[in-house]
Write a protein that binds this ligand. Structure first.
Ligand code: SF4
Length: 389
């Protein structure tokens, strides 16, 4: 490696290499993968020799396709949640109509349905105006309303931009000009319920007739709620198709999926490690990093891929403070390998990280194998003087 690529740093007592300012030298998960494949490949990449070959191009396309499928799954998941929330609202309206019909026909009150209709009309207008004002004005800022945070997003603080948005009101929502959340939806919902009651009672001459009108409206609304339920069932079906397409297990939620453009980086200052996994899924409440690999499916995980995943496991632990029990290497869509996150693997990861940092300071990376097949498949063979083929 040319000396210009060497950096100045010293080995600290804990074995990591740090520069004058005490910063650990940065080692990415990709560095670990390349170094485990062949230290020379890592060194060539550091010199700016990018990987070449059809496999790399195909892998990139495949990666983008997988990311698109996972994003599609997340979108369908959100569609289903939204459809179910709307259905539950509509069902609430049905229940309210029936309850009101019972109340109307059983209680004695001097007021006529027309009086009550007028009263409800006024209430509906007040709620509508309140809802519109809440949408159009940044009232949350004015009263310094605490911002609701997601525990999961706080844990994954570097990935805020890419985690799943919530159904109606995203986490960190602070409202503002022409923006609405759950409070605004409640106001508009109230205005709708009061308005529908007022319209129903407008034509009633007595309480019995009012009860009949309310039951009729409940039946009409039941039809609408059934239609919404059908939409929810279709959304559920679409979600299932998207889940299978994305190769995700049942009961698996996706906290994050890397699309290279928006994904944040996980960092650890103590070791200098950094990287971003392809996906982080939530299984039984634990964050599980998933690394997707394309190309030929091996019988057992490649060491280079394992090293990369170990870096993500450590980064998820150091970022969230919660130790993931394992990570997943995924070859193709079906071939999954669990890699345990234990002390042995942690030691392996730290040793490789320190060795890469040493090479960054002292240089001297060399081929560490005699396997022609490895050089044959190497994407940096075109720039390598030590290739076996
Ligand atoms: S061609 Fe062979 S020796 Fe050269 S970097 Fe690739 S694997 Fe290493």
């Amino acid at each position: 490696m040319p000396s210009s690529n060497l950096v100045i740093a010293d080995e600290s007592d804990d074995g990591f290499w740090r520069d004058d300012s005490g910063q650990s030298l940065h080692v990415s998960a990709s560095d670990l993968e390349r170094h485990a494949y062949c230290p020379l490949s890592w060194s060539l990449a550091r010199e700016g020799k990018t990987g070449r070959g059809q496999a790399i191009d195909k892998g990139r396309i495949k990666h983008a396709e997988i990311h698109r499928k996972v994003e599609n799954f997340k979108q369908k998941q959100n569609d289903l949640r939204r459809a179910l929330v709307i259905w539950s609202w509509w069902f609430t309206i049905v229940v309210m109509f029936i309850t009101d019909a019972i109340i109307f026909t059983t209680i004695s009150d001097d007021r006529t349905p027309i009086d009550i209709s007028q009263y409800l009309s006024i209430l509906s207008v007040i709620w509508l105006v309140a809802g519109l004002l809440a949408i159009y004005l940044p009232w949350r800022r004015w009263i310094n309303l605490p911002i609701e945070k997601s525990q999961e997003l706080q844990d994954l603080k570097n990935l805020d931009d890419v985690a799943i948005p919530r159904t109606f009101q995203p986490y960190d929502f602070i409202g503002g000009w022409k923006q609405g959340g759950r409070v605004e939806a409640g106001f508009l919902m109230g205005a709708t319920i009061f308005g529908l009651h007022a319209i129903g009672l407008l034509w009633a001459e007595n309480k019995e007739q009012a009860g009949f009108i309310l039951v009729t409206m409940a039946m009409i609304w039941t039809l609408l709620a059934s239609w919404q339920l059908q939409r929810a069932l279709l959304a559920d079906n679409a979600l299932e198709v998207a889940r299978i397409n994305a190769g995700l297990d049942e009961k698996t939620d996706v906290a994050y999926s890397d699309d290279e453009a928006t994904a944040g980086l996980l960092l650890d200052n103590m070791s200098g490690l950094r990287g971003r996994p392809d996906q982080i899924v939530i299984v039984d409440g634990e964050f599980i990093p998933v690394e997707q690999k394309t190309g030929k499916i091996p019988d057992k995980p490649h060491k280079s891929h394992k090293m990369q995943l170990l870096a993500y496991l450590y980064l998820v632990e150091s970022t969230t403070g919660r130790k993931p029990p394992y990570g997943v290497l995924r070859y193709g869509s079906q071939n999954l390998h669990k890699i345990d996150w234990d002390d042995v693997n942690k030691h392996l990861l730290f040793s490789a990280t320190k060795e890469i940092q040493r090479l960054m300071v002292q240089g001297g990376a060399e081929r560490n194998h005699n396997r022609k097949g490895k050089c044959q498949s190497c994407s940096r063979r075109y720039a390598c003087n030590s290739s076996l083929v």
